[in-house]
Design a protein around this ligand. Structure first.
Ligand code: 5RP
Length: 224
């Protein structure tokens, strides 16, 4: 019943939205429920403008009457609400399962507050079961792939059917099957330093709050 848990987390996050805010909207199936809830409030008169993290979210939000603006048009985002693929007790996480990690990280960095909405299966003791997405430029990506094999990272090029998956920025994604990440800060720094890597799906020290959707309730975990 992951869907119910995602819906509950999304519904709870709506309580943190205030009139007049500039919002960041994440990407994915949990954010889908958030955007739908938000559109109901907008129809009732809530005044917000939103920066989106993907074409998918922009299309959905616009179709539901939510105002989308470009990140360059705003000074600061008051609150970003996004999903995540895994979160640990320090509120570090893996994101990018939906391929939007680059814009998600940029939008988060421009935000005063970041809330992640997840179902309870994603709250884990150690990151790494979920394959770590690395966005890379297509030029020479086979060489990065080989380098990741040599590092023991068990890489897989993300596909969309039989085609290579291409992000909204025209890049490719290599998913690293690590199983366990010992030090997520060290790994983020190490991978980001490699030429050709655009972004890595390790989101360390970014979320201020995580709302975990459970069977019939939600749990709020905040960064101290
Ligand atoms: C997209 C993401 C999503 O937030 C993440 O994949 C969670 O998705 P979902 O809510 O569909 O489980 O990082 O790039």
């Amino acid at each position: 019943m992951k869907i119910k848990k995602k819906k509950l987390a999304a519904a709870k996050s709506i309580e943190f939205i205030k009139d007049g805010m500039t919002l960041g909207l994440g990407t994915g199936s949990t954010v889908f429920f958030l955007v739908n809830k938000l559109s109901e409030l907008v129809k009732q008169g809530l005044n917000v403008k939103c920066v989106s993290t993907s074409n998918q979210t922009s299309d959905l939000a616009k179709s539901l009457g939510i105002k989308i603006v470009n990140l360059n048009e705003v000074d600061k985002i008051d609150l970003t609400i996004d999903g995540a693929d895994e979160v640990d007790k320090n509120l570090n996480g893996i994101k990018g399962g939906g391929g939007a990690l680059l814009f998600e990280k940029i939008v988060s960095a421009a935000s005063k507050k970041v809330i992640w909405i997840v179902d309870s299966s994603k709250y884990v003791s150690k990151l790494g079961k979920f394959p770590l997405p690395v966005e890379v430029i297509p030029f020479g990506s086979n060489h990065l792939f080989t380098r990741f094999i040599e590092s023991g990272y068990t890489p897989a090029i993300r596909k969309n059917g039989s085609e290579i998956y291409i992000t909204d920025s025209g890049n490719e994604i290599i998913d690293l099957h690590l199983n366990e990440i010992e030090d997520s800060l060290k790994l983020e720094q190490e991978i980001k330093l490699i030429s050709g890597v655009v972004e890595v799906g390790l989101f360390n020290n970014i979320a201020n709050m995580v709302i975990v959707g459970k069977e019939n309730s939600t749990e709020i975990i905040s960064r101290e």
